[in-house]
Design a protein around this ligand. Structure first.
Ligand SMILES: Nc1nc2c(ncn2[C@@H]2O[C@H](COP(=O)(O)OP(=O)(O)OP(=O)(O)O)[C@@H](O)[C@H]2O)c(=O)[nH]1
Ligand SMILES: [Mg+2]
Length: 452
C-alpha cells in the first residue's frame, strides 16, 4: 500500500486560487482531520463534487475557507483516493495548509509523484505520462495540441498494434521451436514476412514525423550566416525587438555564437547569431567562424544574410556554401534602404527576402516563408513524435526488425529471427512503459514539477 503524498499543484506565486493535492489510501481520513465542511459531511458528498468548508492549520486554527473535492480510486487521476483543496492563492496559506496535512499524516510528494502513481496503477502508459510534462511545458498551441492528443492515447494506439503483431509472430515462432519436427508452412512464413514488413512501414511512418516533432517541441533551430558586416546581428536584433547583440560598423564584431529565442507568427525560433565568415588571423574569430559553419550543418534552418549594398564576395560564397548544409535555407538581402548592388537572381536560393534591419521591412515576408517551410500537412493531434527518448527506442525497434527480416531472407533458423523480434518488442515496450527498467522511469518522473 502506498503512503499519503501531498503537494501544492499551482506554484508559489500570489494568485486567486491555489490548489493543494493529496493522494493515497487513507487520505480522505487525513482530510477530515483538517477540514470542516460548512454543510453535511465529506462522506455524504458525491464523488468529485465541491464541498465548501474550513481548513485548519496544524494548531487547529481557522486558516482559510476552501473548496474540497474527493475523487475515489480507482477512477481518480492517480488511481488512488485523492483529495484536492482549492484555497486562496496566498503562499502563506498554501504553506500552512500543506504543513497541516503533514501534521495529519501526509508527506511531501516528490516531482511527478502523482503521475508516477497514475502510471504504476495502470491509469496511463508512459507516452501519456510524458505527454503530461509536454502539455505543461508547451510553448505553442501546436505543441499543446499534440501533447493533448498523446495524453488521450494517440501515440499509444499507434504503437500497441505493432506490438500486438510482433507478439503473434513470436507466438508462432515459439510454436515452431517447441515442435521442430513439424514443417513450417511456407505460406505462413510469407504471411509473417508481410507482417514484419508492415510493422517496419508503420515505424518508418512514425519516425518520419520526428523532425517536425522536434520543431514543435523545441522550436526551429535557425542559424544566421554571412560575411562580416552583412548585418547579421542587426537582423537578429530586428527580430528580437531589442538590442540583444552588439552591432558596429567594424567587420568581425561578433566573434562567438549568440542565441535568442523569438516568436514569429505561430513559430518559436531559436535564432543563433554567428561570427561573420571570412579568413582571419585572429584565433578567437577563427574559432567563431568554425562554429558558425558547424552550427549551420546542425540547424533546421540556415538564414544567409548578405549586404545588398555591396557586391557579392568570396566570403559571401563561402557563407552560402555553409548555409546549403542545412535542410532549409532562406536568403536575406539586407540594407534595402541603401542603393542595391545585389539582385535576387545573383543568389542560388529558392527563398529570397529583401530586408532592412533598420526599419524591419521584410519581417512579415520572412514569417510567411517560415510558415511555408515548416507547416506541413501533419495534424498536431498527438500523432507527431516529439520525444527524443521515444524516437530513440522506436528507431532501435526498427533496426531490430530489419535484422529479423534479413535473417529470414538468409534462411536462418527461427531462433535467430526470434531474438531480433524480441529485441524490437523490448524497445517498443520501453516507449509505452511495458518493459521499462525502474531507474529509467524514475528519471522520467524526476523531470516533472512537484504537485503533478
Ligand atoms: N543602412 C543600413 N545599415 C545596416 C543595416 N543593417 C545593418 N547595418 C549596419 O551594418 C553594420 C554591420 O552590422 P552588424 O549587424 O554588426 O553586422 P554583422 O553581420 O553582425 O557583422 P559581424 O558581427 O562583424 O560579422 C552596422 O554599422 C549596422 O548599423 C540596414 O538594414 N541598413
Ligand atoms: Mg555580428
Amino acid at each position: 500500500m502506498s503512503d499519503i503524498i501531498a503537494a501544492v499543484a499551482t506554484g508559489w506565486q500570489v494568485s486567486a486560487i491555489g490548489i493543494i493535492r493529496m493522494s493515497g489510501a487513507g487520505c480522505i481520513e487525513t482530510a477530515k482531520k483538517v477540514f470542516k465542511p460548512t454543510y453535511g459531511s465529506i462522506d455524504s458528498a458525491k464523488d468529485r463534487s465541491l464541498i465548501i468548508g474550513h481548513l485548519a492549520d496544524k494548531h487547529g486554527r481557522l486558516l482559510d475557507e476552501v473548496l474540497l473535492t474527493v475523487s475515489h480510486g480507482p477512477n481518480s487521476y492517480t488511481g488512488e483516493d485523492t483529495v484536492e483543496f482549492q484555497c486562496h492563492g496566498s503562499p502563506a496559506v498554501l504553506t500552512a495548509g500543506l504543513e497541516s496535512l503533514f501534521a495529519a499524516g501526509a508527506r511531501q510528494a516528490g516531482p511527478g509523484e502523482f503521475t508516477k502513481r497514475a502510471f504504476l496503477n495502470g491509469r496511463m502508459d508512459l507516452t501519456q505520462a510524458e505527454a503530461v510534462i509536454d502539455l505543461i511545458h508547451a510553448e505553442t498551441t501546436d505543441a499543446a495540441a499534440n501533447a493533448a492528443g498523446q495524453l488521450g492515447g494517440v501515440m499509444l494506439r499507434k504503437i500497441a498494434p505493432i506490438y500486438d503483431k510482433l507478439t503473434d509472430i513470436m507466438a508462432h515462432f515459439h510454436a515452431v521451436l517447441d515442435y521442430p519436427d513439424e514443417d513450417i508452412d511456407p505460406f505462413e512464413l510469407t504471411s509473417f514476412r508481410t507482417d514484419l514488413d508492415a510493422a517496419q512501414r508503420d515505424l518508418d511512418a512514425l519516425l518520419s514525423t520526428y523532425s517536425r516533432g522536434r520543431v514543435i517541441r523545441h522550436g526551429i533551430r535557425a542559424v544566421i550566416v554571412g560575411k562580416p558586416n552583412a548585418g547579421k546581428s542587426s537582423f537578429l536584433n530586428a527580430l528580437a525587438g531589442f538590442d540583444r547583440v552588439i552591432v558596429t560598423d567594424i567587420a568581425g564584431t561578433t566573434r562567438d555564437s549568440v542565441e535568442e529565442t523569438i516568436r514569429l507568427g505561430r513559430h518559436t525560433i531559436r535564432l543563433l547569431d554567428t561570427a561573420g565568415i571570412r579568413d582571419t588571423e585572429d584565433t578567437i574569430e577563427q574559432m567563431g567562424v568554425e562554429r558558425a559553419e558547424a552550427a549551420a550543418a546542425q540547424a533546421d534552418l540556415a538564414i544567409y544574410v548578405c549586404d545588398g549594398s555591396t557586391e557579392i564576395t568570396q566570403e559571401d560564397l563561402r557563407a552560402q556554401d555553409a548555409a546549403m548544409d542545412a535542410p532549409n535555407t532562406v536568403a536575406i538581402i539586407n540594407k534595402q534602404d541603401l542603393k542595391q548592388k545585389v539582385s535576387p537572381s545573383d543568389l542560388p536560393f529558392e527563398w529570397i527576402i529583401p530586408f532592412c534591419a533598420k526599419t524591419g521591412e521584410g519581417i512579415e515576408q520572412l514569417e510567411q516563408v517560415i510558415d511555408q517551410l515548416f507547416d506541413d500537412a501533419l495534424p498536431c493531434d498527438g500523432s507527431i513524435l516529439t520525444n527524443a527518448r521515444q524516437a530513440d527506442a522506436l528507431s532501435r525497434a526498427r533496426t531490430s526488425l530489419s535484422h529479423a527480416v534479413s535473417s529470414m531472407q538468409l534462411g536462418m533458423t527461427p531462433d535467430a529471427v526470434l531474438v531480433d523480434v524480441e529485441g524490437a518488442m523490448e524497445a517498443l515496450g520501453e516507449v509505452t512503459g511495458q518493459t521499462m527498467r525502474e531507474e529509467i522511469t524514475d528519471r522520467i518522473f524526476e523531470r516533472f514539477c512537484v504537485g503533478k
